[in-house]
Design a protein around this ligand. Structure first.
Ligand code: B12
Ligand code: SF4
Ligand code: SF4
Length: 342
């Protein structure tokens, strides 16, 4: 078996759903687009995107010895309609990626296992593994390797898994023959652009993160800007609208990975979530990606959903948080009361 074929076989045996290979070089156009994104301020408060920009745009600026990149995907396709709970106004919509165990842990563990296997089989080679948090442009690398293409919603779309792939990479000193990139199969479709509740796409293939509900609910600190509060509806963690409407999802299979299965109710009641104090929040979301936003940002989001619920039975829950020690929680509680009593 060739080195590529044996790595591929081991990756699939470890539970990865997709694997392709590319050179550890990204074209100049990727850097130019990253620069344009950052210069326009589209990254909002994600200041960490500016630091180590060179390394993000070019694999060898991060690690000069890197020769090849192995792009890997793990399917997290939901076995339910991720948009169904948007109409259940007394309940919370939590994006599909956050329903189960934190993918950072799951993907990292598998990348490390594959890395250890490679270290045993290709003596003298070196490697580094990445998922999400490192200064790595995961989507352009995966697209260049042919795992899929960057759709108009900017995420990687795969012909076999639709929009539901987590990405991870291995940078290696091994010279592995690059695979051909996938071509763009969006055509004249613009379903994702039209589905966005906050008009976060200034143009196809470009996202203004400051307007994106995923950014607002997960990355944004402090009060949610007023112009987006109504549009958030009951989305309290992330957003799946642009992903879920993609016609390529019809080829996707539900994930067989038990660790990504919902850990509790897919759409929990807002009344129940609003009661969580710091300790209860940590206990409930241990091992989930939700834990990283902390109790205050989480409750802030729950209160915006309560304000949008139209359900006056939730007034006491909002009232109880009006004096909260966190100013963004108190602000969202006051807004929710205003909406429910208007
Ligand atoms: C920052 C970030 C965010 C930010 C900004 C998102 C963004 N689109 O940049 C926020 C918080 C909003 C976010 C949200 C989400 N994220 Co996120 N995020 C990242 C992160 C850390 C970096 C992305 C990045 O580099 N952005 C900078 C921009 C400039 O790069 P880009 O998106 O590739 O932009 C390209 C296009 O705009 C294109 N382009 C520009 N102009 C033009 C013109 C033409 C003609 C063409 C063809 C292309 C083109 O070129 C740019 C450079 O390649 C990655 C992990 C990583 N390290 O890569 C995860 C990652 C992208 N996120 C992921 C996920 C799952 C999500 C959410 C679905 C989560 C959710 N359900 O709420 C949403 C999706 C929102 C969306 N529509 O993008 C996954 C995506 C997996 C996939 N299949 O693609 C990643 C890869 C994490 C992972 N390891 O799995 N995320
Ligand atoms: S994740 Fe939601 S808010 Fe963000 S771009 Fe997609 S549809 Fe718009
Ligand atoms: S919804 Fe349409 S335009 Fe958007 S990524 Fe999918 S195929 Fe492309």
């Amino acid at each position: 078996m060739s080195p590529k074929a044996s790595i591929q076989a081991e990756a699939l045996a470890l539970g990865f759903d997709a694997i392709r290979f590319t050179e550890a070089v990204l074209p100049e156009a990727t850097r130019t687009r990253l620069d344009a994104f950052l210069e326009s301020g589209a990254h909002g408060g994600m200041g960490w995107m500016e630091t180590r920009r060179e390394q993000r745009a070019q694999p060898r600026a991060l690690w000069p010895e890197a020769v090849s990149v192995i792009a890997l995907g793990l399917n997290y396709g939901p076995d339910y309609d991720p948009l169904a709970s948007l109409e259940q106004r007394d309940r919370a919509t939590i994006s599909a990626y956050a329903q189960g165990r934190d993918y950072h842990d799951v993907v990292k563990k598998r990348l490390k296992a594959l890395g250890q296997w490679m270290a045993r089989h290709f003596k003298g080679s070196a490697l580094k593994v990445f998922v999400d948090t490192a200064p790595v442009m995961e989507k352009p690398l995966a697209a260049q390797a042919g795992l899929g293409w960057q759709g108009k919603h900017t995420n990687l779309v795969s012909r076999s898994h639709g929009s539901w792939l987590f990405l991870g990479e291995i940078y290696t000193t091994l010279a592995l023959e690059p695979d051909a990139p996938e071509s763009d199969h969006c055509g004249s479709c613009r379903a994702c652009l039209d589905a966005c509740p906050t008009a976060a796409f200034p143009a196809p293939y470009r996202l203004d993160a400051r307007r994106c509900i995923s950014y607002l609910t997960i990355e944004h600190h402090g009060p949610i800007p007023h112009e987006f509060r109504r549009a958030m509806g009951n989305r309290i963690y992330g957003c799946d609208d642009c992903l879920a409407v993609c016609p390529w999802n019809k080829f996707a299979q539900a994930s067989a990975e038990m660790q990504f299965a919902p850990r509790g109710e897919v759409a929990p009641k807002l009344a129940e979530l609003a009661l969580l104090d710091d300790a209860a929040f940590r206990a409930r979301f241990a091992g989930s990606p939700i834990k990283r936003i902390g109790r205050n940002r989480f409750i802030r989001n729950v209160l915006i959903a309560i304000g949008n619920s139209g359900d006056t039975a939730l007034l006491p829950a909002a009232r109880a948080l009006c004096e909260d020690a966190d100013p963004a929680v108190a602000d969202a509680a006051a807004w929710a009361m205003e909406q429910l009593t208007a």
